[in-house]
Structures are given as structure tokens and as C-alpha cells.
Design a protein. Structure first.
Length: 412
């Protein structure tokens, strides 16, 4: 008997055409594990990147006892565990739930909330959007319909400094002066009161679900909807009783992420080497009031106080802007990913320094790449790469990356 063949995937849409999804979103979660070459993978959503001190301890212990001993920090400030046994789902959930890391089994994959990591710590910005993140998380988990959102749907909460506003959110809230907020929804912007910011974000997400149901294309994100089925954003806000004024679309605020080091007030900001923390490195962030994982694959250590950087550097964390590894990110590569064409993590360890971020990818999918200007290094085989789309032999990789990370020669 012939084995059943998998369904033939639909061809990609033409540029500018709406996408039709012929399957549900397969994005991994804490309960839906992904099978990789190095074992099962679990992705834990951490709204605002926030971990309490007890949660840090639990996450480190789970990584050691069930996984490969490391925690990957994603470009949304979430955490991934790798090298898990395929049958560990129940054991993993039993460890995460009592720690508050799994507040709703039905909603665990939709809690994608990025918030300005230093909000409320340095006197900058127009509001503590970390508090908004917690309120939005609770509202999502309390709304049964929200469980239908894709695991890729993204809420972005920027406190007005512009550090995360450009991360491609499907629903973006930007704190504004005078106790107001700007709600950015694709090409539209609405001004609302800060007290209505979270209800407005939830109403917008539900409006997308209504539009996606009407379109019938299986869209995961608003930009995939056909033009005739754009969400009725204004109507949804009005029906939710939210006073929202359409405003001219201002450019989103943009600022670079803070460099590793001490933030104003002495709060440590460190980067994880190649985006991964060992369990020991994660524990080294304690004592702290809380740890906020960042979209820059690092951590802000809240309540740690000044003078902690030398000890954190001794654990191998990146604590200086001129330290090797600053601005270097990389996908899983070989041997963890079957699609990777090279051991890109090994090559990324030798990345030359430069002002621009650089991302190493094992294949053309370029998984986990950061937003904004960057140098792209993509493997084409064991001995070849594309450096910003220029074919480059592996022997010349360092020289090519050094030149590409220099803004004077960067053309991307």
C-alpha cells in the first residue's frame, strides 16, 4: 500500500495579493511542541518579557531537567526550550502552570505582547506600558474568542520612546503625552485615552477575527486580508464604547535599543550570547524584583541596583556595547534544524564587530531575524554564504561581514 502523500501547499500569492492559508497556524507553544532535529521545542509566551524571580528559578530548572540546559530568547522577548523529550508535554505543563507561566491553556499561544522593556524605570516615555502588558494579558485570557487568534498575531506596546514601535505589530499602542495613547492599525491611527488603551487593543484584535471569518482565507494577521475584508476598526471601537478619534498618521517613533550596560538608575541591561542563556546565566540575573527578556535577545534586571555588571560579565553575559557578540543574532542552524545548510552558530561566534546588527541564517527562511537595518548572512551550503545577497565563500566571511556591518558601506 502506498503511503498517503501530504497535501500540496498552495502557491505563494503574487506581490500585493492577499494570502490564502490552507491550514491552521502551527506556531509552537508551551503545550503544542514542535519536533526538531535536537528534540522537541517549546515556546513560552512572556507578555512584556516579564519573569518574576520565582519564575526565573522554575524556567532554569525546567531547562536543566527536561531540556538541553539553555533558554533561547526570541525576537519577541519570549523564551524557548529545546532538546525536550517528545513525550514531555504533560510534565512540562505541570511545572509551568503552578508558576503562573501557563495562565490559560486555550490562550497560551496568543499571548504575544511586546512592551518597552525599560518602561517605568528611567523616567522616559509617556506611560508604564509594562503595566498595560499585564492588563492586556489578563483581558486576552478572559476573552474566549481571543483564543482563535494566530500564534503569530502580535501586540506591541511602546511607551513613546520608539524602541519597539517598529517591530511590526498587528495592533500597536504608543503612549502619548497628556494621558493619551495612539492605536496604530495598519494604515489607520486612532487617539484614545490611556485608560481605554487596553480595551481598544482587545477590540481591534476581535475586529480582525470578525474580518478573517468573513474573508474565509484563513488569514493569520491583518495584512493578509483581502482589501474588501479590511476590519471595521472604527465600528469595533465604537461598539466597545471606546472614544477613539481618527488622526493623521504620524510617523512611528523610532529609537535604537539601549546598549548593554547600566541604565539610568543603575539597572543592568545585558545581552544573551547568540540569543541563548544557560540555566546558570539565567539564575545569575537574580536577585532581582523581576527580569524582562527583550526583543534584542537580552534581559533588563529590574531592582538589581548598580554594580552588578562585573558579576554578570563573569557568567559570560554581554555587558558592554563593544563586547564581542554585541548585535549578533543567529537562527538554530545545524544540528538542531533539518533545513539549515550550515552550522551557522559556529560561524556567528567569530562575527567581527560593527555598528550594525548582523543576523546569521542557516537557510533562506531567515528565521528569527531582527527588525530594522541589519546585515544578513545566509548560508547557501557548507562553504558558501550570501552577505547582504552577495555570494561569499566561507573563507572570506569575516572580511565580508566586517565591511557590511559598517554603515558607510551598507546599502541594504
Amino acid at each position: 500500500m502506498l503511503a498517503a502523500m501530504p497535501p500540496t501547499p498552495l502557491p505563494p500569492p503574487a506581490p500585493g495579493a492577499p494570502r490564502t492559508r490552507d491550514r491552521g497556524d502551527a506556531c509552537p507553544g508551551a503545550l503544542r511542541l514542535h519536533s526538531a532535529d535536537d528534540g522537541a521545542l517549546a515556546r513560552l509566551r512572556l507578555p512584556g518579557g516579564r519573569l518574576t524571580a520565582p519564575q526565573v528559578e522554575v524556567l532554569a530548572a525546567v531547562a536543566e531537567e527536561l531540556g538541553d540546559g539553555r533558554i533561547s530568547v526570541t525576537s519577541r522577548g519570549n523564551a524557548e526550550l529545546r532538546g525536550l523529550p517528545d513525550d514531555c508535554g504533560a510534565a512540562l505543563a505541570a511545572r509551568l502552570a503552578p508558576a503562573g507561566l501557563l495562565p490559560s491553556p486555550r490562550h497560551e499561544r496568543v499571548r504575544n505582547i511586546v512592551a518597552s522593556p525599560t518602561a517605568g524605570l528611567d523616567g522616559l516615555g509617556h506611560g508604564d506600558v509594562q503595566l498595560w502588558a499585564r492588563t492586556l494579558d489578563a483581558a486576552l485570557c478572559a476573552e474566549p474568542r481571543a483564543a482563535a487568534l494566530s500564534g503569530r498575531f502580535l501586540f506591541v506596546l511602546d511607551d513613546g520612546r520608539g524602541d519597539v514601535a517598529g517591530l511590526g505589530g498587528d495592533v500597536t499602542l504608543v503612549a502619548a503625552p497628556g494621558g493619551t495613547a495612539l492605536l496604530r492599525l495598519g494604515p489607520l491611527v486612532f487617539r484614545t485615552g490611556a485608560a481605554d488603551a487596553v480595551p481598544a487593543a482587545l477590540a481591534a484584535a476581535l475586529a480582525f477575527l470578525d474580518a478573517a471569518d468573513a474573508a474565509g482565507t484563513g488569514a493569520w494577521r491583518p495584512r493578509e486580508l483581502p482589501g474588501a475584508h479590511a476590519p471595521d476598526w472604527a465600528g469595533a471601537l465604537a461598539r466597545a464604547g471606546i472614544a477613539a478619534e481618527p488622526v493623521a498618521v504620524p510617523p512611528p517613533p523610532v529609537s535604537p535599543p539601549p546598549p548593554p550596560g547600566e541604565l539610568p538608575g543603575g539597572t543592568p541591561h545585558v545581552l544573551a550570547p547568540l540569543g541563548r542563556l544557560t540555566a546558570a546565566q539565567l539564575r545569575a540575573l537574580l536577585p532581582a524584583d523581576e527580569v524582562r527578556l527583550t526583543p534584542w535577545r537580552g534581559a533588563v534586571v529590574v531592582g538589581a541596583g548598580p554594580g552588578r555588571l562585573p558579576a554578570l560579565a563573569a557568567h559570560g553575559l554581554i555587558t558592554r556595547p563593544d563586547a564581542p557578540g554585541t548585535g549578533v543574532t543567529v537562527c538554530t542552524g545545524r544540528p538542531g534544524c533539518a533545513k539549515s545548510l550550515a552550522d551557522v552558530r559556529a560561524d556567528a561566534l567569530a562575527a567581527p564587530p560593527g555598528p550594525l546588527p548582523v543576523h546569521y541564517s542557516g537557510c533562506a527562511r531567515r528565521c528569527g531575524h531582527p527588525h530594522g537595518a541589519r546585515t544578513e548572512v545566509v548560508a547557501t551550503g557548507d562553504d558558501g554564504y550570501l552577505v547582504d545577497d552577495v555570494p561569499t565563500p566561507r573563507a572570506a566571511l569575516s572580511e565580508a561581514v566586517a565591511a557590511a556591518r559598517n554603515p558607510a558601506t551598507h546599502t541594504r
